[in-house]
Design a protein around this ligand. Sequence first.
Ligand SMILES: Cc1cc2nc3c(=O)[nH]c(=O)nc-3n(C[C@H](O)[C@H](O)[C@H](O)COP(=O)(O)O)c2cc1C
Length: 255
Amino acid sequence: MPSTIARSSSSKVARTASTPRMPMSSTPHCSISSARTQRARRSAPSSQAVTAQHPDRRVALAELIEHRQSGREYSAAPIGRAALERIVHCAQGRSRSGKRNAPSAHGLYPLRLFAIVHRLQGSAQGLYALDMPDALLGAWRKAIAPEALRATSLADDAWLEHAAVVLVVAADYEAANAHFFDQQPDGRRGERYVHIEAGAVLQNMHLATLAEGLGGVIVAGFDARRLADLLALPAPLQPVALFCVGARAEASAGR
Ligand SMILES: Cc1cc2nc3c(=O)[nH]c(=O)nc-3n(C[C@H](O)[C@H](O)[C@H](O)COP(=O)(O)O)c2cc1C
């Protein structure tokens, strides 16, 4: 997996989705609008407007998805705290229904999110809790040397060291397995649900990252025990996946 990947990052999305981004209200949301979709909306025949409930949003989302790719080359620039919190909000923050922006079996929400900060404007380096569902950078927990994080990789993924921020998706597998124990004789149904939920959260994270004009990549090829020790995750939390975020390097920004 990590050794055969194409090392590139997205730029088209940044141009179409992030430049004309809608101003954020005090309540963050995940809608993305572009000049192109605004023009399309103005010129759309009225029949289309009747048949499509949210035509502009649908085009913007499809464009974002079609341009999605993993980005592993970052500049040395820090990222903004507001951008990070918008990404986390889209990942699993409070939805307009009052639940979360990613689904969870039985609404159990066994995931916990953290941020390993290497370069975030106005914030010291280190591991932070993320306060969910408010999607705010929470308490500083401990210092993490970027090279120590990279050393947990099974494939020496340099982007773990070079990313501006590495988001951590951790899970309480015990709570999930206990809750769904009756659904399957081996008692591990919860584990499966954790992974499905984490996938939804990570995809939201990735799309939101691209919408901010940043690059990002999922990293799951790590030594889980070593990573849990490094992060001193409170038991019974275990790391499920990491997501590297950063400003795209000059060379990859043009592609
Ligand atoms: C479950 C999962 C685990 C992944 N783990 C890693 C990883 O450890 N290191 C890495 O560089 N990329 C990792 N990736 C990213 C894939 O390598 C990448 O999605 C794939 O090469 C396809 O490229 P694209 O995302 O640009 O379409 C992972 C992706 C998924 C879905």
